[in-house]
Design a protein around this ligand. Structure first.
Ligand code: NBP
Length: 477
């Protein structure tokens, strides 16, 4: 075969990825369960580069140069397993199967270990950037055996987004499921970023009394500063948009029930298993769930809340500045939590994930792309063993400078009855980490009382139990 890469599964993602490879000078074999999709891809876009249209799995495999590299872009789950099962008998040791779908990292670990028995490299790849990214340059997070990256990496570097300094947004993240794990956390952080921006909007609307158009303008201003990001930019676009049918702001005619496809939920489920506090991401997932419970919301709609005096123009402008501080500080917390989860996942699964490299490959192509990520990259590059982003002197200074405004915003939101689960959870995380003593000591006392779970002391080694039901003397636990 002569094709350097193959793509099977030619729905929107696979088709765009295949075109991206071809536009970058690679010969691409293309295949799909239903041949019609293959045919239409070559008919419509055949002029963009060198495609080899394969009618069958056998033809597809035969058209690939060795070691064969085939990208699977089918629906995550059972379809991916079916495709792997179909191809394995046709492949040889050293061939590489690349799963570019949104697989759960645990499935990727399972598939990798099964295929290793056949000496086939299985590379689970997180791909972010949606349809547009797949075509013009996504952020690519490959896992799998390090060896596979030698032949695959140069091809992925051609199609990946390029960071502002020209570096391709792809690097080998770690073995087996590491790539899909990192993609999962990316999506969790994306949920948090979106929720925080939504809270900023809600506050500017209901506390500052700004119109959607005025908030769009405010967000554009913020987007020119430290909050510069793709999500900030598109939020301003959405807010500035007017519904053609009614002439109302678009945001006012959209039903306020947020949906989700599941990667945010996976992030939180995994964080619970790993014991990593990702409260900001969890609140973002819960905020979407809450919005989707109309019956709960209806029955609560008449419950009392505070009365609210609107702010005058000058006070509203001062408030808006503090909302920017709250948003920025909460964003630092979300990324702190997300990177903690990646570090913890690496430790639990034996991956050596380079956190600076992860931040680097999120600088372009993906949904959370932002100037901010280059700062995170330098923080981890300067101190690879940084325990937490909050331990970076630069971020510590910034969050410290923002904390006054952040507190005012959370307090004002509570006073006025505007829910800010993201801002509030982030502030609670910040304050809990800062606290010289936590009430966890009392929790341990309670646990020892009802369950003899024992506790440690601040002044002596060992574990202890108090005879709560008896004379309350302390014994060794
Ligand atoms: P879909 O997730 O809609 O999957 C459709 C493709 O899967 C078609 O090519 C279909 O073939 C194929 N397929 C199915 Br369904 N069952 C199959 C089976 N048993 N055997 C062989 N092929 C089968 O496509 P997509 O939206 O392009 O997404 C592809 C992957 O990329 C997914 O895992 C998705 O989660 C992930 N992803 C999507 C985005 C995005 O923005 N959409 C972003 C990042 C990642 P057919 O044509 O014969 O029905």
């Amino acid at each position: 075969g002569t094709a350097q890469i193959g793509v099977t599964g030619l729905a929107v993602m696979g088709r765009n990825l295949a075109r991206n490879f071809a536009r970058n000078g690679l010969t691409v074999a293309v295949h799909n369960r239903t041949y019609g999709r293959t045919e239409s891809l070559v008919e419509e876009f055949g002029g963009e580069g060198a495609f080899i249209a394969a009618k069958s799995a056998e033809e597809f495999v035969a058209s690939l140069e060795r070691p064969r590299r085939l990208v699977v872009m089918v629906q995550a789950g059972a379809a991916t397993d079916a495709v792997i099962e179909e191809f394995v008998p046709l492949l040889e040791p050293g061939d590489v199967i690349i799963d570019g779908g949104n697989a759960h990292f645990a499935d990727t670990r399972r598939r990798e270990s099964e295929l290793r028995k056949h000496w086939i490299h299985f590379v689970g790849v997180g791909i972010s950037g949606g349809e547009e990214g797949a075509l013009r340059g996504p952020s690519i997070m490959p896992g799998g055996p390090a060896e596979s990256y030698k032949s695959l990496g140069p091809l992925l570097e051609r199609i990946a987004a390029k960071a502002p300094d020209g570096t391709p947004c792809v690097s080998h993240v770690g073995p087996d499921g590491a790539g899909h794990f990192v993609k999962m956390v990316h999506n969790g952080i994306e949920y948090a970023d979106m929720q925080l921006i939504a809270e900023a909007y809600h506050l500017l609307r209901d506390v500052a009394g700004y119109s959607p158009a005025k908030i769009a303008e405010t967000f554009r201003g913020w987007n020119a500063g430290r909050l510069d990001s793709y999500l900030m930019e598109i939020t301003a676009e959405v807010l500035a948009h007017t519904d053609a049918a009614t002439g109302k702001p678009f945001v006012d005619v959209v039903a306020d029930r947020a949906e989700q496809k599941g990667t945010g939920r996976w992030t939180v489920q995994t964080a619970l298993d790993l014991g990593v506090p990702v409260s900001g991401i969890a609140e973002a997932v819960f905020a979407r769930s809450l919005s989707g419970h109309p019956a709960l919301r209806e029955t609560a709609a008449h419950l009392p809340g505070p009365g609210a005096e609107p702010l005058d123009e000058a006070a509203a402008a001062r408030f808006a500045e503090r909302v920017e501080q709250a948003l920025y500080a909460s964003k630092i917390v979300s990324y702190t939590q997300g990177f903690h989860q990646i570090r913890a996942g690496g430790e639990a699964y034996g991956w050596k994930v380079d956190l600076a490299a992860v931040a680097a490959l999120w600088r372009a192509g993906c949904i959370i792309r932002a100037a901010f990520l280059d700062r995170i990259r330098s923080a981890y590059a300067a101190r690879p063993n940084l325990v937490s982003l909050l331990a970076d002197p630069g971020f510590a200074d910034e969050i410290g400078a923002a904390q006054g405004g952040w507190r005012d915003v959370v307090a004002e939101a509570a006073r006025r009855g505007v829910p800010t689960p993201g801002f509030s959870a982030a502030l609670a995380y910040y304050d809990a980490l800062r606290a010289p003593r936590l009430p966890a000591a009392l929790t341990q006392g309670q646990r020892d009382y009802f369950g003899a779970h024992t506790y440690r002391r601040t002044d002596r080694e060992g574990s202890f139990h108090t005879l709560w039901g008896g004379d309350r003397t302390e014994v060794a636990g």
